[in-house]
Design a protein around this ligand. Sequence first.
Ligand code: SF4
Length: 319
Amino acid sequence: MTRGGPLHAPDSRAARRQRRELREPKQSLDPWRPVAMAWEPELSRDRSWEPVQTVFLANRECPFHCTMCDLWKQTLDHPTPLGAIPAQIRVAQSALAPAPHIKLYNAGNFFDPLAIPPNDHTEILELTSDYRTVIVENHPRLCGRRCQEFCRSCDGRLEVALGLETVHPTVLASLDKQLTVDVFDRAVDDLLSANASVRAFVILQLPGLRDEAAVEWAVRSIEHAWARGVDCCSLIPARAGNGWMDQLLAAGLFEPPRIELLEATVDRILANRARSASPTPRLQVDLWDIEKLSSSTDQREEIIARLAHFNQHQAWPDA
Ligand code: SF4
């Protein structure tokens, strides 16, 4: 079931101003140190369970201001200084255990020149030349010439994570992401032709979709991405916490998914896979803050364990 129409006119300045007024103050950041870093295993492109270094980079805030996004909380209000991103990568590399893969996540778009200065690209390439995979995140509209050049310099080692969020046209428009499914598809084509691989973020239970409809559209979105050549989809539960989403929550227009809906989405994907003859792409369920999701059963710990098992093996433990 789709509830209601668009939540506001997309791309409306007044709506953006309204959302800004609902924000809490940002955290103060040092542009020469990463916001956070992590070392944890993930299923790699060659289907091995291997450690990944993740560097959460401090950089200029993303200019898109999507309605559901809370990543602005840990960003700078000014352009990132030249040299700061390589410095942050070096800090993380000296603090973390070695890993064959690295994620450079910047709460925005790696190919936004005010976030990641293009004059730092050469040094970033040098600092990451020993990794088998370098994973960055980027808006599908920013996959032009600068991105293509970087992809080619990585010689097949770059994976670009794009926020698809959903293929539901009305819900996608309501996010004010300035994205359509066609734009996403073209970005995937451009990245694949530049010898990059692609990951897609899909959000479960965005405002306007609930329960069965939320699962249905998450499955459709994941399968659309895979059909376009995306190698890995990350399934992310929608969450409150950015002011705007909390207001929708209070008005009964949004509810974070219960943990059973993540399980139901994976179940549906596995059932569809069993009927498909095509090769199996990756699905990773985002378990960050998973404890905060509610559950209507007393099985939540078991479900979390099953989802963690699925991430590694791409099948349920009892399969
Ligand atoms: S493009 Fe990504 S980082 Fe930027 S506001 Fe939208 S969801 Fe957040």
